[in-house]
Design a binder for this molecule. Structure first.
Ligand SMILES: C[S@@+](CC[C@H](N)C(=O)[O-])C[C@H]1O[C@@H](n2cnc3c(N)ncnc32)[C@H](O)[C@@H]1O
Length: 278
C-alpha cells in the first residue's frame, strides 16, 4: 500500500457546504424566544457595534440587533444565507471549519455562534479565526447543547460543559459567565418519545410566521415555552447545570494569539516532558 492510499481523503469546503445546503429549507421561528432571551441577558442596550454571527441562517440573534448596530450573518447553508438576504441582512456563505472569515484582523466588537460549535469538523480553525477577527477585549458569545439532550457530536467529550470551559480557557479566552438555558428532564431518553410525537414533528415542519412580520403572531410549541420558563433566574439558581438544555458562554478575547500559543505549547518538547513527570 502506498502512503497516499493509507490516508483518508478530506472532504472539501464545497462538499461540506452541499451537506448543509438545504439546512434551512424550513426556518423554525420557535428559536426566536431563545434569541430574545440572549439579547435580554447578554446584549441589552448594545448600540453602534460591529456584530458578526456564524450559524445565523434562521435570522439569528443579529436580526434583533440590526437596527442599532452594523451586523453581519454567516452560514454554511445556502438556504440560510438566502433567508438572511431576504431579511435584508448583510451575509455570506462560509464554512467556518476550513475557510477564513470574511473580515480583516480585529474588526469585530461582538462575535456570536449559537449551537454551531458541535457541527464543526475543525473547531480549532474556527477558534483561531474568531480570535483573529475580534478586537482585543471584544466580546464573544457561544452556546453548545448538553450531551444529555442526545445530540450527535463529532467530538463527544469536548461538549461536556466543564471540558468545554477548560478548552476555551486553554485557548486564551477569559470565560466571564456560563449561563444555562432550558431544561433536560431526568430520564430524557425515556421521556423524549412522549414529547416528540409524529404529530408534533409534522406541526414543527410547517414554517412559522416570521417575527415582526404582519403574517401573525409566532406560535411557540409548549416545550419551547417550558424551556424558556425554566431559564428564569429562580429556576436557574436551583437546577443543577447538568440539567440545562444548553449553556451560553460569555467570553472576552483577552489574547488574540491564545490559540496559536496553545498549539505551540502542545507542540513543545517541554509539554511532553511535563506530562512524563506527572
Ligand atoms: C443547530 S443550527 C443553530 C442555528 C441557530 N444559531 C440557533 O441557535 O438555533 C446550526 C447552524 O450552524 C450552521 N453551520 C453548521 N456547520 C457550519 C460551518 N462549518 N460553518 C458555518 N456554519 C455552519 C448551520 O447551517 C446552522 O445554521
Amino acid at each position: 500500500m502506498t502512503a497516499s492510499q493509507s490516508v483518508l481523503p478530506m472532504t472539501s469546503a464545497t462538499e461540506d457546504k452541499s451537506s448543509y445546503a438545504q439546512y434551512f429549507s424550513v426556518v423554525h421561528h420557535y428559536h426566536q424566544l431563545r434569541f430574545q432571551w440572549i439579547v435580554k441577558n447578554f446584549l441589552k442596550g448594545v448600540t453602534g457595534q460591529r456584530v458578526a454571527e456564524v450559524g445565523a441562517g434562521d435570522g439569528g440573534v443579529i436580526q434583533f440587533l440590526r437596527e442599532k448596530n452594523d451586523v453581519f450573518g454567516l452560514d454554511i447553508s445556502e438556504t440560510g444565507v438566502a433567508y438572511l438576504k431576504q431579511l435584508g441582512i448583510n451575509s455570506a456563505l462560509v464554512d467556518a471549519s476550513s475557510e477564513p472569515l470574511p473580515f480583516d484582523d480585529a474588526q469585530i466588537d461582538i462575535f456570536m455562534m449559537f449551537e454551531v460549535f458541535e457541527h464543526l469538523k475543525n473547531p480549532q480553525h474556527a477558534v483561531e479565526e474568531l480570535q483573529r477577527v475580534v478586537k482585543q477585549g471584544g466580546k464573544i458569545l457561544l452556546s453548545i447543547p448538553n450531551p444529555r439532550t442526545g445530540h450527535q457530536y463529532l467530538y463527544p467529550s469536548l461538549f461536556r460543559f466543564r471540558a468545554f470551559k477548560e478548552y476555551l480557557a486553554n485557548n486564551g479566552f477569559t470565560v466571564n459567565r456560563v449561563v444555562p438555558y432550558g431544561f433536560v428532564p431526568p430520564l430524557w431518553p425515556l421521556v423524549k418519545p412522549l414529547v416528540f410525537t409524529k404529530k408534533r414533528i409534522e406541526l414543527e415542519d410547517k414554517p412559522m410566521p416570521a417575527v415582526g412580520k404582519e403574517t401573525g403572531k409566532p406560535h411557540f410549541p409548549l416545550t419551547t415555552r417550558l424551556n424558556y420558563a425554566s431559564s428564569a433566574p429562580f429556576w436557574t439558581a436551583i437546577k443543577p447545570l447538568r440539567y440545562a438544555w444548553l449553556c451560553v458562554y460569555e467570553l472576552t478575547n483577552t489574547d488574540p494569539q491564545g490559540s496559536r500559543k496553545l498549539f505551540d505549547r502542545v507542540a513543545s518538547r517541554e509539554s511532553h516532558e511535563n506530562a512524563a513527570k506527572q
